[in-house]
Ligand binder design. Structure first.
Ligand SMILES: O=c1ccn([C@H]2C[C@H](O)[C@@H](CO)O2)c(=O)[nH]1
Ligand SMILES: [Zn+2]
Length: 294
């Protein structure tokens, strides 16, 4: 089991420890459980869906990277597939506040990057900030998304974000987690193709500037991130953040990154290039290439 989990794991109920132990042995445990694993965990522990998600929060929160705040937020998203996905906040020293990934954004984009098509609920150990409520309002689950917080009755996004501004106000009908293919043809080596595939899945209806990042790790693994725009623009999540999120949740470190590729349109009104290069630089990676979508 990765060392990050040790302290949180030790605090879990004994029955949950026993059920989880065999699933956590790999240092690169994917920070998610399939519907089948969830069913087995519930059978072995007697916990129901929501109780299991709450019980897993300390483990999710232990994935946080909070050099600035030391305030670890954990989230567990449940997909319509029945899978559970961890999320945790990430802060990036040497960059800007704007690069921060919130735990709720982390769980949501994690689910998306693993192919989930919609979310049923999100369980969080602190009340979601306004930025996260707005980020969640981009999802195809809409205001029906269930939000579970410690000590509160289950409520919906609609309860937490009344009178919301969202995609419909800008006449956008393709929502976050909807299946999307921008249709750019694969080109270049495997890493370039992975970045293009990530860009093809990106949610960029406001700028029409699809973008994706692929990271090649020293062990040969490739991790991808797709750009997720938001109707309110600022809560958008850059493609590098989406990739670093999966990397970190999967038990890798920034020093495991060997090479990165950003895929974006040459003639797009926005570019991810400078921000991607700056953040990667701060993480000690200078090996970034750009592949142009056409
Ligand atoms: O809803 C919230 C509020 C804050 N944070 C994180 C962001 C930052 O890393 C730290 C302090 O705000 O907590 C979240 O993850 N979710
Ligand atoms: Zn937040």
């Amino acid at each position: 089991m990765r060392s990050r989990f040790h302290a949180a794991f030790a605090q879990l109920p004994a029955s949950l420890q026993a059920a989880l132990q065999p699933l956590l042995t790999d240092d690169h445990f994917p920070a998610m459980f399939s519907a089948q694993e969830v069913e087995a965990l519930e059978r072995q522990t007697g916990l129901d869906d929501d109780a299991l998600a709450f019980a897993l929060l300390p483990l999710a929160a232990s994935c946080a990277r909070t050099d600035l705040s030391h305030f670890n937020v954990g989230a567990v998203a449940r997909g319509i597939s029945g899978n559970l996905y961890f999320g945790a906040n990430m802060e990036f020293a040497g960059t800007t506040m704007q690069q921060t990934v919130h735990a709720e954004q982390s769980a949501i984009t994690h689910a998306w990057m693993r192919g989930e098509k919609g979310l049923v609920s999100i369980t969080v150990n602190y009340t979601p900030c306004g930025h996260c409520r707005q980020f969640m309002n981009e999802l195809n689950s809409g205001v029906k998304l269930q939000i579970n917080l410690p000590g509160r009755k289950p409520a919906t996004l609609g309860d937490y974000l009344p009178d919301a501004f969202g995609p419909r106000d800008l006449d956008i009908t393709t929502l976050l987690l909807d299946e999307r293919d921008h249709g750019f043809a694969p080109q270049g080596d495997e890493l370039n193709q992975a970045a293009i595939a990530a860009a093809n899945r990106s949610h960029a209806p406001y700028s029409n500037a699809p973008a994706g990042v692929a990271l090649a790790l020293r062990d040969g693994k490739i991790i991808c991130g797709s750009y997720a725009e938001n109707a309110a623009f600022n809560p958008s999540l850059p493609p590098l953040q989406a990739a670093l999120n999966v990397l970190s949740l999967s038990g890798y470190d920034y020093s495991d990154i060997q090479r990165a590729v950003l895929a974006e349109r040459a003639d797009a009104p926005l570019t991810q290039w400078d921000a991607t290069a700056a953040t990667l630089n701060a993480l000690g990676c200078q090996n970034l290439d750009r592949t142009l979508l056409d």
